[in-house]
Each structure stands twice: as C-alpha cells, then as structure tokens.
Design a protein around this ligand. Structure first.
Ligand SMILES: Cc1cc2nc3c(=O)[nH]c(=O)nc-3n(C[C@H](O)[C@H](O)[C@H](O)COP(=O)(O)OP(=O)(O)OC[C@H]3O[C@@H](n4cnc5c(N)ncnc54)[C@H](O)[C@@H]3O)c2cc1C
Length: 419
C-alpha cells in the first residue's frame, strides 16, 4: 500500500466513471486511491448501454473481461406507442453514420464489479465500504476524510480530487452548484422480472421503450429469463395520485397494452426500487485540483440510455486532463477546461433529444421518421452514442428538429395519438 502522502489522486466513487478514471490514471503510472462507500457487487440502475461504449471498453482494455462475462447483446432499440399502434425499431447496424453496431445490456452489480476490479488490476488502490465524509481543496493539495468499514475515520492527502460520486453529487451539492432542468422532475419505479415476453430471433436483446401519454416504460432484457422493467413519470403526477409505488407501477402496466401483453406471466424477482429528482447539471465541472465526472457532473434522463456512456467518456477525458495537469505541475489546465466544454456539449446534445421526446410534435415525427435525406441515420448515430458529430450529421439533426417544431402547426407527420 502506498504511504498516504504519496497518493496523487483520490477518486470518490467506484461506479463506471470512478473506475474508468482510476484505470486511465493508474495506466498512466499515477498513484490513485478509489474510495467507494458500498461493498461490491451492489445493485445499481442503468443497465442498457450504447454501442459507442465499446470504444471506451477497448480504450481501457476491459472488453475481453466484459465479453467473457457473457452479457446480453443489444442490436437495436424499439420505441413503441403504449396503445400498441406504432412501433419504430432502430437497427444499430443499419445507420450509415454508425461505426459501432452492437451494445450490451448489463446487470450493473456484475458490470460495475468487473470495471472496479479492472481498475485494481491496472494498479489503482480501491477501498470499499469507505464513505467519504468531507474534503478540503487547497491551493497545493487536497484532503479527504472518510469512514472505514470498521467505523474509524481516516484522512488522506493527494494532489487532485476526482468526484465520481454519482447522483450523490458530493462536492457540487456542498457548494450549491446543482441546477435542475426546468420542468423536468421525474420519478422512476423499477425492478427485475422473470417471464416477461421479450423479442426473440434477430431482435433478441433489444431494449423496448414504451411511450405513454406523459410517461414511459423501459424493458431491458438482462438474461434469457430476467428483464429489467421501469416506469418513468412526473414526480408531481405521482404525488397527486396519492398511490404508493407498487400500485402506481402495476396500474400503469395494466393500462398500457404494449406492456400488459408482455407481462401476462411476469413474476417479480425482487422488490421495486425508486429513483427521483435525477435530472440536473452542475454549474461547474472543474475547479483547481478538482474534476467532477459522470453523474457527479450532471445527469438528464434515462430515455436514450446515454448515462453510462457519457459517464465513462467524460471520465476518460477528465482523467487525461488530470494527468496532464499533474505533469505540468498545475492545479488547473487547458485540458480540464476542454473537458468541461466537451462534457457540457454532450449533455446539451442529449438534452435536446430528451426534452423533445416528451413533446407530442417530436414524438409523432420520431415514431414515423422520414427516411429522406438520411435523417434517420443522423438520429440513429446520436442514439448509439456518437457525440463527435460530423457536419453531415449536424445539419441533418437541425433539419429533423426543425421539422419536429413545424409539426406542431403543420401536419408533417401523421397525427397518431401519443400514449
Ligand atoms: C432511473 C434511471 C435509469 C437509468 N437507466 C440507464 C440506462 O439504461 N443506461 C445508461 O447508460 N444509464 C442509465 N442511467 C444512468 C446511469 O445509472 C448513470 O449515468 C451511471 O451509473 C453513472 O455512473 P457514475 O459512475 O457517474 O455514478 P454511479 O454509477 O452512481 O457511481 C457512483 C458511486 O459513488 C459511490 N458514492 C457515492 N457517494 C459516495 C461517498 N460519499 N463516498 C464514497 N462513495 C460514494 C456510490 O456508492 C456509487 O458506487 C439511469 C439512471 C436512472 C436514474
């Protein structure tokens, strides 16, 4: 074990962002300490990944381990209207702008443990059941206070702090940097089920996103007989209904033909979980000697399964920026500022899609997309996780969003009922 004073970077959190940052920094020869409050494996939401995750898996060298774990392959995403009237399938291999054609659906307890162990094998020191209680960022160094499994408190000093604490948003919440997305307060109710009737054959492994009038379901096949099912709705609507979590979830299943028909023989494998108020962005992602990555920089909404990909992509860039700053003997570097800019742009890109998904005019066009001008290919390239957009993709997206706005007044797409 490194003496305390020799640690160069402390990372709060061992989720996908924390382990990715730890792996990259350890591979660069840095002395890294990850403090993770849970004992892995532990349950976590966020199970449907995007094809562009593969680029990151290859980059940090973890793909052979993930492949060996035998996760369900995901080759497409299906968007269905709750009443069963319309369905759209995005086949990842068809988009002419897509470089990666396949993703994986992962039980996060297994996936996160593989990533964390990979960081260990790369040379990072990982302490589980280590709850970070406080931190102080000084001009020359950082001090982090944490509680160990046995209850004792310890302090560690480093040159840099990477906050990868997820929705706990450790450092930003303490400085009141969190900004919520206006009008976007959601609650998600989710669990694992056996005997859900999911697509087979070429479509096996597809995620199903089922649009209801003001809410939506995800159905993510994790194994042959294990499916993750979640309902996302407005917090206000949930509170107004006065119903409990279970009644709300099961009533929504009964009211949604596209889900109900698949749920006829479903059996719950565990209790229902809840997440709420998860849509926010911090006012700053970097400060001298501090970089916030993953959900600890911001998170929007799970509808396009972008969370883990954005978290890991941001962690890669954030970690490289920290390595650069350390090499230059600086607390703040151009690379850190560039990370802030890129991460903000990626969140903006998905925010535009997500905000639009909840509107009727966009949904009508999205479910009946025009194949002219290869507009669908451009949308598909974003929804598989590409964030570095060529001009060819950007102008097509602008045309698509313009058509979606026009569709409010001029019927560009057929007027199908949404829900
Ligand atoms: C309802 C819902 C559904 C989602 N579905 C998807 C999906 O299908 N696909 C997808 O890609 N993304 C999805 N996401 C998003 C995804 O879960 C996150 O984007 C992803 O987990 C972010 O990774 P992270 O490493 O930043 O945070 P996390 O995975 O949350 O990891 C943070 C870690 O920090 C630890 N930690 C927190 N505080 C402390 C502390 N004080 N001390 C020590 N450790 C601490 C936690 O225990 C945790 O292990 C979903 C999110 C929600 C809310």
């Amino acid at each position: 074990m490194s003496p305390k004073s020799e640690i160069e970077i402390v990372i709060i959190g061992g989720g996908p962002a924390g382990s990715t940052a730890a792996t990259i920094l350890a591979q660069a020869g840095r002395r890294v300490l990850v403090l993770e409050k849970e004992k892995f494996p532990r349950f976590h939401v966020g199970e449907s990944l995007l094809p562009y995750n593969r680029r990151i898996f290859d980059g940090i060298g973890v793909w052979p381990k993930l492949e060996a774990a035998g996760f369900m392959k995901k080759r497409g995403a299906q968007f269905l209207m709750g009443n069963g009237s319309v369905a759209l399938r995005l086949n990842f291999s068809k988009g002419s702008f897509n470089k990666y054609h396949e993703a994986i659906q992962v039980e996060r307890s297994k996936f996160d443990e593989i990533l964390l162990n990979h960081a260990r094998e790369a040379g990072a020191e990982v302490r589980e059941e280590a709850l970070v209680l406080g931190c102080q960022v000084h001009a020359e160094d950082v001090t982090v206070r944490y509680r160990e499994a046995g209850g004792g408190e310890r302090e560690v000093r480093s040159k840099f702090l990477v906050d990868a604490s997820g929705l706990a948003n450790f450092t930003a919440n303490r400085k009141a940097l969190r900004e919520d997305y206006p009008g976007h307060r959601k609650i998600a109710i989710f669990g694992h089920f056996a005997q859900v009737d999911m697509p087979q054959g070429d479509e096996k492994g597809d995620i199903l996103v089922v649009r209801r009038e003001n809410s939506w379901f995800w159905l993510i096949p994790l194994e042959d007989n294990k499916t993750s099912v979640g309902l996302v709705m407005d917090c206000a609507e949930f509170q107004k209904s006065g119903r409990d979590i279970s009644a709300t979830f099961h009533e929504a299943v009964r009211d949604t033909p596209a889900v109900r028909d698949r749920f006829a023989h479903a059996k719950a494998l565990d209790v229902l979980h809840v997440a709420r108020d998860f849509s926010y962005r911090n006012r700053s992602f970097v400060e001298p000697r501090l970089v916030r990555v993953g959900d600890a920089s911001g998170f929007i909404d799970p509808v396009f399964s972008s969370g883990v990909m954005l978290a890991m992509a941001g962690a890669c860039q954030g970690a490289l920026a920290v390595d650069e700053a350390l090499s230059q003997g600086k607390g703040m570097s151009d690379g850190m500022r560039a990370y802030e800019k890129t991460n903000r742009k990626s969140l903006d890109l998905y925010w535009e899609f997500i905000e639009s998904f909840y509107t009727r005019s966009f949904t009508q066009l999205f479910f009946q997309p025009t194949h002219r001008l290869r507009l669908v290919c451009a949308i598909s390239s974003v929804l598989v996780g590409s964030t570095e957009l060529s001009f060819a993709i950007r102008w097509r997206l602008r045309v698509f969003f313009l058509l979606a706005r026009l569709n409010r007044w001029v019927p560009i797409a057929q007027r199908i009922p949404v829900g």
